[in-house]
Design a protein around this ligand. Structure first.
Ligand code: T4K
Length: 402
């Protein structure tokens, strides 16, 4: 440290002395193995094998066997859902939800999501209509919904993105007034609550994803939660080809059934969820402490009345303050073997299959467009040691300073 000693300048003019270079942290060592944005919870193999023995001796591998029934019950309790139906993945669950509430014409949705969200509308012959998001929650902005409602609008498909709940009361009010159905994509929101009310209790139907990348998972899987018992019956028919009994097929259903192997895995993973949440909450606090040093790095924190799903750890990069764009930070972290993800860039409205839609024009989606260029998901799962989190933060310090 210290200022560089003054040297005589060629020409001897009155120019100020050269400034010392900014302090540069030592370049941290890259990780030997890639550090991914997430890793699946893997329960002790013995417990899973024990369940597989039961499955083997039952000779029952699919179609609502004992593991499926046990997991459906356990999750209804855990998520405090009135009615829950398991699925082979979240996307098929959402497709079925659209069928079950009979969406048609146009449905208003967010562009800031995973491709599955608008695609389930396309698979139902419904046109997605993209509405802008709020800067805080990054979810559908209720004020942007109303101007997009037409005679063809039948519903709203909201996403609790990163597990932060949508403004469910405002959305509900719009839906009631215009007679619209509401479906929530809660792929990221397992265990989230608003004022102590479980996230699966809002709207007509809520989808959860149990993909391997989710805190609770069944390798591949998902579920629909609903309040209306008739809707639950319709969903269960739709996920099993519409078969009511051996001689009656009552609607054009699909195969959305979760296998016994996935359900068995889910029952073992569910035992670890509380401990995983505790570990992730600790990691989130560590990140928050370290990243507070960077004025241009802001964190997405759930509002005080919300129980966090702890699914992703998301930062927003204000390049005018960090001097480093989100894309450059993403690339620099790769040099340290840290694999961050730009969920959800590009916006769904930029996909070649949707960009022609009038609602997809960037001028209609200014907040979503800006956010999609600023967000970055950092590695976040219970398997990260404190030391690993510090090393990731060292690499971020270095990437921003350099
Ligand atoms: N709606 C929303 C808002 C969603 O985010 C999603 C899914 C859905 C609907 C649809 O639900 P599902 O039909 O999938 O149930 C991953 C997941 O595959 C996807 O489920 C998830 N959202 C999305 C946000 O993330 P990719 O394409 O980013 O996955 P991939 O293969 O790049 O994996 C991410 C990282 O996870 C890898 O870099 C390493 C780690 N990983 C992944 C797998 C599969 C593991 O460590 N082990 C693994 O087995 O989509």
């Amino acid at each position: 440290g210290g200022p560089a000693p003054e040297r005589p300048r060629a020409g001897g003019g009155a120019a100020p002395p050269p400034r010392p270079p900014p302090a540069m942290p030592d370049r941290p060592l890259p990780f030997d193995q890639p550090v991914f944005v997430t890793r699946p919870l893997l329960p002790p193999l013995e417990g899973f094998v024990g369940r597989l023995r039961d499955v083997w001796s039952s000779g029952w591998l699919a179609n609502g066997g004992a593991q499926h029934q046990a997991l459906e019950r356990a999750l209804s309790e855990h998520l405090r859902c009135a009615h829950l139906s398991l699925f082979n993945n979240g996307t098929i669950g959402l497709i079925v939800a659209c069928q079950a509430v009979r969406l048609s014409g146009e449905v208003i949705t967010t562009p800031f999501s995973f491709p599955a969200t608008p695609h389930v509308l396309s698979w139902n012959n419904v046109t997605p209509v993209f509405a802008d998001v709020e800067p805080g929650t990054m979810n559908l902005d209720p004020a942007a919904i109303e101007p997009l409602i037409t005679a063809r609008t039948t519903g709203i498909l909201g996403v609790h993105v990163y597990g932060t709940p949508c403004q469910v009361d405002a959305i509900d009010e719009i839906a009631r007034f215009y007679g619209l159905k509401v479906i929530y994509d809660a792929a990221h929101a397992f265990g989230a609550e608003i004022d102590g009310r479980p996230i699966g209790s809002f709207g007509d139907a809520t989808m959860f994803s149990f993909h391997a990348t989710k805190l609770f998972h069944t390798a591949e899987g998902g579920a629909l939660a609903v309040n209306d018992p008739d809707l639950k019956r319709r969903i269960d028919l739709l996920k099993n080809f519409g078969i009511r009994d051996e001689e009656h097929v009552v609607m054009p259903g699909i195969n959305g059934k979760m296998s016994e192997l996935s359900a068995a895995l889910g029952l073992e993973v569910l035992k670890l969820v509380d401990a995983e949440r505790t570990r992730r909450a600790h990691i989130a606090r560590l990140y928050a402490q370290r990243l507070a040093a960077h004025a241009g790095v802001s964190l997405l924190r759930p509002p005080a009345n919300v129980r966090d799903s702890l699914q992703y750890f998301v930062v927003r990069i204000d390049a005018s303050r960090t001097g480093v764009s989100r894309d450059l930070l993403h690339a620099r972290l790769r040099e340290f073997n840290i694999v961050t993800r730009k969920y959800f860039y590009p916006l769904c409205s930029r996909y070649s299959c949707y960009r022609h839609l009038p609602s997809a024009q960037p001028a209609n989606l200014p907040v979503a467009t800006r956010i999609a260029s600023e967000v970055l998901c950092l590695p976040f799962h219970g398997g990260l040691s404190d030391d690993a989190v510090h090393r990731i933060c060292d690499a971020i310090d270095h990437a921003i300073a350099g």
